[in-house]
Design a protein around this ligand. Structure first.
Ligand code: SF4
Length: 486
């Protein structure tokens, strides 16, 4: 028996060198074995034989191949299979490698027992990677360098290295670490590094956003759509212990039947007659809008020509939102101010600077955010040479909701942050008491998450510096909360 010793559990390069040498030497699969955990002191790659370099023979005896190649399909599959936790995965891969010389099309025979086995294991590895992307939950701590998010996760297979780049792409702007029993990885905003295995007690057990996240999860749960088996298939119980929201699931399942019966028995609420009247009036005056704009350019042109309410008359121009087309976060303010009206851009005045500073502190890039207003034209009244801001009324907000809805439809953000009562009215189509409802996660009609906070101009108006500092802290905390919804 020839035993090849590999450096670690996912040592693909080590396996490839050893398997190639064994194959060239003509060692049959039944006579080859692989084990993990070798070191130089133990004699290198092979026990009971000299170390082989690719293309050299191990001993004078035995049939020697000159060379052989394998398809990329096999190499790709083997790289997946090696991440599987089964102890015999190296043997399976070597068996396939052995057979490939006489059966070059073997990988296309999807009924072959070894091929099926390898494909199944690769599929399980891929599923484990997918579950890791879905079920890693970071908990934030403060260390000497600021906020640091740490997650504990137990992947079904050894997919940490394979999956870590996904988290780099997704959470580029925060420091984080993922700890697993197989190893750990950390991102420091520049470099991804891998480290030794960890234990669950090395990760924080909870953080301040935990309750908030649970509230959001509960608010998105629709009992009428509950399919317990499907849910458990998508979210297997083995992951529940690391998911803060999982503690709510048994209770929500138990209450689902009663809640859905109540939902069915409750008659649909009638549309707000005042809103209906206002919209009908604008449609009579301007003709009904029968389709949403197809892109942001058409939307911008539509806003400039909009006559759905009288605000266009006294404004310099309509001010549309600004930000990337695929932004995950949309921030909705009230209306353009004096400077925004002149510049044609949202949040460029004093309130915009407060917002920019708070976003930086919360770890959110303004350039990643789509920033807009509930009402697109500046409502004001003259006082001498100045133009004093006037709050848009419900009718104007309702009329302009057409454009905000169009923006949400085109951008499709994961979360919408509402700054103040006007923005909340526009997004939620109901009156909101900001101080009572701020900071709570809400499920919006399009499936995105919503969160209400104050408008930054409120912070500018606070005369007491202590109160202003406290309120600014609370504002930054709301921004951090909304980041967790992304
Ligand atoms: Fe149209 Fe909105 Fe401007 Fe009113 S404020 S005219 S609804 S774009």
């Amino acid at each position: 028996m020839r035993v090849a010793t590999l450096a670690h559990e996912i040592d693909f390069d080590g396996w490839r060198v050893a398997a190639r040498a064994l194959r060239l030497e003509g060692v049959e699969p039944a006579q080859a074995s692989f084990r993990v955990g070798g070191s130089a002191e133990q004699g290198g790659l092979f026990d009971q034989a000299e170390t082989l370099a690719p293309g050299t023979r191990a001993s004078p005896a035995g049939p020697i191949e000159q060379n052989f190649t394998v398809s990329k399909t096999f190499v790709d599959l083997a790289q997946q299979v090696i991440l599987h936790r089964s102890a015999d995965r190296f043997d399976l891969m070597y068996r396939l490698l052995w057979r490939l010389r006489d059966e070059p099309d073997l990988m296309k025979v999807t009924s072959d027992i070894d091929v099926v086995d390898a494909l199944d294991r690769a599929k399980n590895v891929s599923r484990a990677s997918h579950k890791m992307k879905a079920f890693v939950r970071f908990r934030e701590i403060e260390d000497a360098d600021g906020p640091n998010a740490i997650a504990w996760f137990e992947p079904a297979h050894r997919v940490l290295e394979k999956t870590a780049p996904f988290f780099v792409r997704r959470f580029q702007n925060m420091r984080w670490s993922i700890l697993t029993p197989d190893g750990s990885c950390s991102w420091d905003l520049k470099t991804l590094t891998f480290g030794p295995p960890a234990t669950a007690d090395q990760a924080p057990q909870e953080d301040e956003v935990e309750e908030f996240w649970k509230t959001y999860y509960a608010s998105t749960f629709n009992p009428a759509r509950l399919k317990t088996k499907t849910m458990q298939g998508e979210m297997p119980k083995r992951y529940w212990k690391n998911l803060p929201e999982a503690a709510l699931i048994p209770e929500m399942i138990a209450a689902a039947k009663g809640r859905s019966e109540t939902m069915v028995a409750t008659p649909a609420s009638a549309p707000n007659p005042r809103t209906e009247r206002i919209v009908a009036q604008f449609d009579r005056e301007t003709g009904p809008q029968d389709r949403l704009p197809v892109d942001l350019n058409e939307l911008a042109a539509g806003v400039q020509g909009c006559r759905r309410c009288p605000l266009w008359r006294d404004a310099t121009q309509g001010v549309c939102g600004q930000g990337p087309r695929n932004a995950r976060l949309m921030i909705v303010g009230e209306q353009p101010g004096d400077q925004e009206d002149l510049a044609g851009k949202p949040f460029v005045g004093p309130a915009g600077r407060v917002l920019d500073d708070a976003l930086i502190e919360a770890g959110i890039e303004r350039s990643d955010v789509y920033v807009t207003n509930a009402v697109k034209h500046f409502k004001h009244e003259p006082q001498g040479k100045r133009r004093l801001h006037k709050t848009p009324n419900a009718g104007e907000v309702t009329a302009c909701r057409w454009w905000l809805t169009s923006e949400r439809d085109l951008i499709r953000p994961r979360a919408v942050l509402m700054l103040g009562a006007t923005a909340s009215l526009a997004v939620l189509d109901r009156k909101v008491a900001v101080t009572r409802e701020r900071g709570q996660a809400l499920a919006l009609d399009d499936g995105s998450a919503g969160l209400i906070t104050v408008h930054p101009s409120y912070l500018l108006r606070l005369p007491d510096p202590v109160l202003r500092a406290q309120q600014r802290e609370a504002f930054v905390a709301d921004l951090r909360r909304v980041r967790t919804l992304l």
